[in-house]
Write a protein that binds this ligand. Sequence first.
Ligand code: ATP
Ligand code: MG
Length: 263
Amino acid sequence: MAKVFAIANQKGGVGKTTSCVNLAASLATLQRRVLLIDLDPQGNATSGSGVDKLALEHSVYDVLVGNCDLAAAMQASEHGRYQLLPANRDLTAAEVGLLELPNKEQRLRQALGPIRDSYDFILIDCPPALSMLTVNALVAADGVIIPMQCEYYALEGLSDLVNSIQRIGSLLNPNLKIEGILRTMYDARVGLTNDVTAQLRQHFGDTLYETTIPRNVRLAEAPSHGMPALVYDKASRGAKAYLELAKEVLVRQRRGQRATTIA
Ligand code: ATP
Ligand code: MG
């Protein structure tokens, strides 16, 4: 049965999509069966996976509103050895459209039911908002991976996010955990980075991934080629960091070391 992780942070530009695409590719390289769900109308995970978001026959939107089943909308990523449920701007309509549908928070969870046994990991790239789309991701997920930059304001935003996850968890998905906090665009030479890390460790303990993702230009370039960094430049520091993260995710899973329980 697949582990379902939502990659979420309502703050924009913190590395959600970069983490989702590169973790998907890294887990696939480690022989895991991976499905990446793009749940952001920006469609960045779709184009970053080498799929033309303007030429989709079906997308995650169709799945959420019941126009087609998940298998019909899924396609292989161009280079990454993982499957993709793509998105584009059509998904904006789902924000409102979902409100009128029964089980509006459960649509994604229900759609995943029949295919959960076919994957080891399902990663959901969330939009930068605590919207109905993100609620669907959090209801479908076993755990939330929170990418963040080590800045003062990021820490403030983090407590809002954790409170929202707690609320959604207690109302709609009591088993939801914070799977891990991931430090992205990390530079240990910056003093504040170390202060923030110390505070994260104090609040979140082992939930904080040991692996950090450095600021690396290859990670920023790869999406414009529709590739994960592991394909674009597998020797880059960015690609290696995400491969390390994938290994840490697997070790954590084997140990059953599921961190902070939200109750
Ligand atoms: P949004 O909230 O808009 O969905 P996001 O949280 O998904 O954004 P990304 O799109 O992954 O964030 O990253 C934001 C920008 O920073 C992108 O241009 C991306 O290429 C770049 N970026 C992400 N991680 C790194 C990194 N470790 N090193 C260098 N650039 C990075
Ligand atoms: Mg994104």
